[in-house]
Write a protein that binds this ligand. Structure first.
Ligand code: SF4
Length: 458
């Protein structure tokens, strides 16, 4: 089966799984309530805050090459090391080489979608390095041999009961339905991991050019421990994470917290300038920042796609999307799910495999309505559809069928006569479908006729 057929199959299974949809609806309803309350409490004018954030991101993109160099210069001056990774393989190889150089057998990671993008865990495990996720949601999906379900809440699809059973089976913990106790089980397990890991790996929510610092924002304190306890700290960040100035954080930290989780500010916000300095008593002795390209420069060079790089990975578009609500996160089989994933995945992982994601949208625009950096996500989904049809792998038959469709749809009389013909040819419809497939039912009455009947009845 192709990736597209797998996607259809997984989506159909999830769309028909009532228990799964119930869990998702509950989680998203509580998110919506929290976000709406925080937005009105925290921002006098949400629209202006979004416009300012978009303007700062546009300014950043306009000067991105210079800002990256400024960041590099400042970070090197503070004693850090920089690696420019053109591809996912380059980034993963760099971390593997570091692990081998330091003879590391165990690493601890905090939540980072960029490390998922480069398949870091699999790469490290191949050379015998044990990898532990320290974010609670990530730990849950890791113990269950799953991928993150959502870019902000990786275990959104799991109930307390399922988590309790998982901890019981994998960590030998007693069963409990108390959320606080579940958190304590993870915490007790992870304390030892922080103290025995040779490398701590994190992402970065922002890179600050004028400071040469990375910013990590989180709610559990696990990223801070992952950065501080092991002797080596490795940061893997996409080049688009840049902000020009420290002062920009006064907008971006509350904006990300509000859109991501409905908080006014995230619990732990760390700004890290480099490895431990001579007058400091703790912290890593080595700090490396891997600046990951992996397809971002190619997007940067295409004006119509450049705005993708404004994304701050808040996850709001996933929660707003009716398709995500229906099929959930795992159906996409991508690192980034939902509308943002459908836009960027074909560019990062190839149109040949993922072009179908451009059609996994009703184009309702709910994603664009909630995006805190005013990114018109559904416009770019349309651009991806255009790319898929005109530059990639669709057959001549598809192009011919679309021409006939456009011809018929542009005139109501043509549409009517086409419908009449299709109804006459209905018995032949089976010829175009594989055995076992159910052809769609053609309605005997047109929408006009059905509407007139509806009006007459009411
Ligand atoms: S596209 Fe916008 S809403 Fe979606 S994750 Fe990125 S910043 Fe958030």
């Amino acid at each position: 089966m192709s990736e597209y057929q797998h996607f259809l199959h997984r989506s159909a299974v999830k769309a028909n799984d009532a228990a799964h949809r119930q869990k998702l609806d509950k989680a998203i309803a509580s998110y919506d309530q929290q976000v709406n309350a925080t937005k009105s409490r925290q921002f006098k004018n949400w629209g202006e805050a979004r416009a300012l954030a978009a303007a700062i991101k546009n300014e950043t993109l306009a000067h991105l090459p210079d800002l990256l160099e400024q960041f590099e210069k400042n970070f090197l001056a503070a004693g850090g090391k920089i690696f420019w990774a053109e591809t996912a393989t380059d980034a993963a190889s760099y971390v593997k080489a570091l692990a081998q150089k330091h003879q590391v057998k165990r690493v601890v990671k905090s939540k980072s979608m960029t490390t998922e993008e480069i398949h870091l865990n699999e790469n490290l495990e191949k050379i015998g390095v044990e990898v532990w996720e320290s974010d609670l949601g990530e730990l849950i999906v890791q113990l269950n041999n799953e991928k993150p379900y959502h870019i902000v809440t990786p275990a959104m699809h799991k109930s307390k009961e399922e988590i309790s059973r998982l901890f019981h089976d994998r960590l030998k913990a007693p069963l409990t339905d108390n959320a606080e106790e579940l958190t304590m089980i993870a915490r007790r397990h992870l304390r030892d991991v922080y103290l025995t890991s040779g490398i701590g790996i994190t992402g970065a929510n922002f890179l600050i050019a004028d400071l040469g610092a990375i910013v990590v924002t989180e709610n559990e304190g696990n990223a801070r421990l992952s950065m501080a306890c092991p002797p080596v700290h490795v940061v893997i960040a996409g080049i688009e994470k840049m902000l020009p100035r420290f002062s920009d954080l006064s907008l971006f930290l509350p904006l990300l917290a509000t859109s991501g989780t409905g908080q006014e500010i995230t619990s732990y916000n760390s700004i890290v300038f480099g490895p431990r300095h001579f007058n400091e008593s703790d912290g890593p002795t080595e700090m490396h920042v891997i600046l990951l390209d992996n397809g971002r420069s190619a997007l940067y060079q295409q004006e119509k796609f450049r705005e993708i790089l404004r994304c701050i990975r808040c996850g709001a578009c996933l929660n707003a999307c009716p398709v995500f609500h229906t099929i959930g996160g795992h159906s996409y089989n991508t690192t980034y799910q939902g509308p943002i994933g459908s836009v960027i995945t074909p560019h990062y992982n190839g149109f040949a495999k993922f072009q179908h994601l451009a059609a996994a949208s009703s184009l309702c625009g709910a994603c664009s309505d909630v995006c805190p950096v005013l990114f018109y996500i559904h416009h770019l989904l349309l651009e991806n559809r255009y790319e898929a049809v005109h530059r990639y792998h669709l057959s001549k038959f598809w192009h011919a069928a679309m021409r006939v469709y456009a011809w018929a749809m542009s005139d109501s009389r043509r549409l009517q006569s086409m419908r009449t013909w299709l109804l006459r040819l209905r018995p032949l419809q089976r010829l175009f479908f594989r055995t076992g497939e159910t052809p769609p039912e053609l309605s005997v009455k047109s929408f006009h006729e059905l509407w007139a009947e509806h009006e007459n009845k009411s």
